[in-house]
Design a protein around this ligand. Sequence first.
Ligand code: ADP
Ligand code: TRP
Length: 320
Amino acid sequence: MRVLSGIQPTGRPHWGNYFGAIKQYIDLQSEDQAFYFIANLHALTTVRDGDTLRQFSLDAAMDLLALGLDPNQASLFIQSDVPEISELNWLLLAGTPMGLLERCVSYKDKIAKGFPVVSGLFAYPVLQAADILAYDSDVVPVGEDQKQHIEVCRDIAKAFNHQYGEVFVIPKAKTLDASAKVPGTDGDKMSKSYGNFIEIFEPVKSMKKKVMRISTDSREMHESKAPETDHLFQLFSLFGSKEEIDSMADLYRAGGFGYGDIKKKIAEAAADYFEPARERRLELEAKPEQLKEILGDGAAQARKKASEVLMRAQKACGLK
Ligand code: ADP
Ligand code: TRP
């Protein structure tokens, strides 16, 4: 089975990105073959400064490696280092009905958020289809928000196969665990767009400050509280061991505690949880040559497969 997924380099990852997506990608890296890439071509539609995009792309690669992506198990590369993707993108775009893209919600969402109306945002799902089809991917782990793009990819691949013969493998989405929705500092879903996020790699001191400022309700200390619906409890559950989580749940039901104590526990648990990743991140930053080598090897492995698939597609549609 071949697994593939991409991450846009649009900023530093927060706790929601980790538990909702990154951790689950990394858990799949031991599959037969896994390809993970930094989607810098996609990010071009919104990150419009060269130095920023370059830095975000390297940061995203270091973040994944620090968080446990093992380059001996999975190929890690930068999307634009595989030029076959851009070529395949055009082969797919040439036959994609406008209506298929007009139905996609993600570009409408971006435009509603105030991003400029560029055609790259509109054609974004076609480039994503090229990413997926270029490696004969079987499974694509994605969050709920990306499921429609995988459907579009399947439609594009089926139409191409129907027109030109069996060229592409039809991929399946693997939806990530939606229960892993991480609350932000205001209790709503943690998101870059809501300004309620805590970054994985931010300094422990500022992380602790943000945790201590998480909003809470005004119930009295002695009152019993339901753990399941409390966002502080949900946050603690991300980091604590099973025993710690169970005893925290008992404490909630019994009442008699202050939210400040819970916040301290969350901050400590989060600092411990990410400490090994923080150390690995510093080691990677000190060795830019090593990062270059990992990304170079990853791109070589990816190009090997992508050039084979591109050739198949080019031949089928009369370009070779
Ligand atoms: P943001 O909302 O901060 O812009 P993205 O849309 O870039 O985050 O999300 C990247 C990935 O992280 C997606 O797969 C998404 O499902 C996941 N993700 C983002 N925020 C959360 C959250 N609060 N809880 C769980 N998963 C999340
Ligand atoms: N669009 C995805 C996101 O914003 C990133 C992405 C680009 C991707 N190409 C992909 C994900 C291919 C899975 C497969 O999160």
